[in-house]
Design a protein around this ligand. Structure first.
Ligand SMILES: [Zn+2]
Length: 152
């Protein structure tokens, strides 16, 4: 007995889909400051006594609007977690292996995820003091902040 699916004719393929991503007013201001001023800004919720980097439009705890509460944080901080990227994927910012770390910047209360270059990937440690390295070339992405390196 024949079912409809016995006659299914399937051609597998892949489509390239051009797109634009709008970082939003808060994300755009954050990236422009990285690119043009080589400064790292977050937003502060005075009610919760928390500074968020990367910045967000509203406080994740009390939902207060934060778009007018910008604060600059230090380009230094500490690693709070990390993983070693060992497999290449087309969307990755660099060739593996490399360390993707969570870094709590001095003056911030939440960590930001970014690339940590520390020579050998096996040298990465929780608590390691790190410093931001900004891109020499103008970049219109988070990679305006090229990576973090161990503070000396
Ligand atoms: Zn809050």
């Amino acid at each position: 007995m024949n079912k409809d699916t016995d006659y299914a004719f399937v051609i597998e393929g892949k489509m390239a889909l051009p797109y634009q991503y709008f970082a939003g007013a808060v994300g755009s201001k954050f990236i422009v400051a990285l690119r043009d001023e080589k400064k790292i800004f977050g937003v502060r919720c005075d009610r919760c006594n928390k500074t968020f980097v990367p910045p967000r439009q509203t406080c994740e705890r009390c939902f207060a609007p934060l778009t007018d509460h910008w604060v600059e944080v230090e380009p230094t901080g500490a690693v709070t977690g990390f993983t070693v990227i060992r497999y290449a994927e087309p969307y990755q910012p660099k060739e593996p292996p490399y360390v993707l770390a969570l870094i709590k910047l001095d003056g911030a209360d939440v960590p930001i995820a970014h690339i940590l270059e520390c020579g050998d990937v096996g040298k990465a440690r929780i608590g390691m003091r790190v410093r931001a390295v900004f891109s020499e070339e103008p970049r219109d992405t988070i990679l305006a902040l090229s990576h973090f390196e161990e503070e000396t």
